[in-house]
Write a protein that binds this ligand. Structure first.
Ligand SMILES: Nc1ncnc2c1ncn2[C@@H]1O[C@H](COP(=O)(O)OP(=O)(O)OP(=O)(O)O)[C@@H](O)[C@H]1O
Ligand SMILES: O=P(O)(O)OC[C@H]1O[C@](O)(CO)[C@@H](O)[C@@H]1O
Ligand SMILES: [Mg+2]
Length: 487
């Protein structure tokens, strides 16, 4: 759904209240039968007071408001509804995972299967192998609570994943031919763009097929939601690499530890890992340009830190300084199968440049160790907090699909589970705002320079500007750096 999409459901209420609603079968299929929700008689849930979500419950995107300000954008609250649009025996659900790996993928798969089975008595669930292109293959895996019982203890995805290869018409043909009527799609921004066009095609064909997304990205660059699953686990695991770098750096004369962490366009993992560790002297992220030589540059800062402390730790997000690396290595821009820019190894480049610099200074011997734990971090199983989070996201998606909602992603907004229309998730991405408080906290904890080259007019101007909030975006007081920027 693009922003000018005729299917967007925007409902206006009093005092500037706006509901950005998600599509429902009843929007395009008339006279559908409904059934009482089985959870009514489920012993585990029937004791819960007010277990069903009120049809009018919505969640505000903005929680910090002013007395006379508009109530702003809201999303539909996730959760079980009194009525469902499927009989248990009629459901054939499928699950697919696409894009890069992320801790928690298996937990989400597990909880969709278990949620469908234990809450709604649905026992026909299949897994599509190897991302979107798996829809064209005959191979699927039958998913039962028994099959998925302990998969949350493993990293990766039992279904495999891939980039590229999305053919909407072929995917919808495959869904239709197999009789699938609930599709759970777990992936990042690219995947959800793919899910959105699948939903459009399903709707164009008037099929009663629910398309539900569960946003995944280790980089935490998905807008609107509080955080993406796996991010917490990644930050925690990154501590091990940073600790190792610190131990190595401390143990050597002029020891320098360089750690590269994931973050293609957004430096959230690097920023949070740095803030959590406190052993990091410098954190480099894609959003904050830096330079090496001259006054206020990185090399000068390294010299100063070594002089003062005898060692230092540098954390760099993989997407940091890409312009510098590509310029100095004179490499062509390359893309992966999904069209994402392939990054140069900034950690390796940085390590060479630091060694070259001190190599030219005859009186300073340095000991530099470069640690690249990126794929080791991405491959771990999710931690306890992400496991619970994944469970709730999966259950939200299941409740939504059973209730007849479609074309939505499940997502946590201000601590509440919601259904968000695809376009809100795919139209922008979340980046660290370097004029925001969280980045200031980081700068004050590392004491690194801001690297704002006074010659670079653009950067200086950009940072002098007050934060411009697009309509409906979170403000700095509540977002703590989770402001979405147009991509
Ligand atoms: N605009 C689009 N329309 C249809 N399909 C798309 C689109 N963009 C990406 N896809 C498909 O989505 C899948 C995953 O995309 P991508 O490789 O960009 O990963 P992602 O979901 O963004 O996850 P991450 O970036 O976190 O690894 C691929 O199969 C790709 O072909
Ligand atoms: O090597 P791959 O699988 O293309 O994945 C690398 C990218 O995937 C991500 O982890 C996002 O999923 C990025 O941080 C990283 O740049
Ligand atoms: Mg992506």
């Amino acid at each position: 759904m693009g922003s000018g999409d005729p299917h967007m459901k925007i409902i206006h209420g009093e005092a500037g209240y706006i509901l950005e609603d998600v599509p429902h079968f009843s929007d395009y299929i008339p006279n559908l039968l409904t059934y009482p929700n089985l959870l009514r008689s489920n012993p585990a849930y029937s004791v819960v007071k007010q277990y069903f979500v009120d049809a009018d419950d919505t969640v505000p995107q903005k929680v910090v408001v002013h007395k006379s300000g508009p109530r702003g954008i809201h999303f539909r609250r996730a959760g079980p509804r009194q009525k469902v649009y499927f009989k248990s025996d009629d459901v054939l659900a499928c699950i697919v995972t696409c894009g890069g790996l992320c801790p928690g993928l298996n937990t989400v798969i597990r909880e969709i299967v278990c949620g469908l089975s234990y809450m709604y008595g649905v026992n026909k669930v299949i897994g599509i192998y190897g991302g979107y292109r798996g829809f064209y293959s005959d191979n699927t895996i039958t998913l039962t609570p028994k099959v998925v019982n302990d998969i949350h203890k493993r990293g990766g995805t039992i279904l495999g994943t891939s980039r590229g290869g999305h053919d909407t018409a072929k995917i919808v043909d495959s869904i239709h031919d197999r009789g699938i009527n609930q599709v759970y799609i777990i992936g990042g921004d690219g995947t959800l763009r793919g899910a959105s066009v699948i939903y459009e095609e399903v709707r164009r064909r008037c099929l009663k097929v629910a398309i539900a997304g569960i946003p995944k990205t280790i980089d935490n660059d998905i807008p609107v939601i509080d955080r993406s699953f796996g991010f917490d686990s990644a930050v925690e695991e990154a501590q091990r690499a940073i600790n190792a770098a610190h131990v190595e750096a401390e143990g050597a004369e002029n020891g320098i530890g360089v750690v590269k962490l994931m973050g293609r366009y957004s430096g959230f993992i690097a920023m949070y890992a740095t803030l959590a560790s406190r052993d990091v002297d410098c954190c480099l992220i894609p959003e904050s340009p830096f330079y090496l030589e001259g006054k206020g540059g990185l090399l000068e800062f390294i010299e100063k830190t070594l002089e003062e402390n005898g060692h230092m730790v540098i954390v760099t997000a993989e997407g940091a300084g890409q312009d510098l690396v590509t310029e100095s290595m004179q490499v062509m821009n390359q893309k992966d199968a999904s069209g994402n820019k392939l990054l140069q190894d900034v950690g390796l480049w940085l390590s060479h440049r630091i060694k070259d610099h001190f190599g030219r200074k005859k009186n300073t011997v340095i000991n530099l160790k470069y640690i690249d734990p990126t794929y080791m971090i991405r491959a771990i199983p999710s931690n306890a907090s992400d496991n619970v989070y994944c469970t709730l996201l999966a259950q939200s998606a299941v409740h939504g699909a059973m209730a007849g909602y479609t074309g939505f992603t499940a997502g946590l907004v201000n601590g509440r589970h919601t259904y968000i229309p695809f376009n809100r998730i795919t139209e922008s991405h979340n980046q660290v705002v370097i004029t925001d408080r969280m980045w200031a906290r980081l700068l004050s904890s590392t004491n690194q320079p801001s690297f704002l080259n006074p010659k670079d007019d653009n950067v200086a101007k950009k940072t002098e500007l007050p934060i411009q909030l697009l309509d409906g975006q979170k403000d700095e007081h509540q977002s703590e750096n989770h402001i979405a920027t147009k991509s």
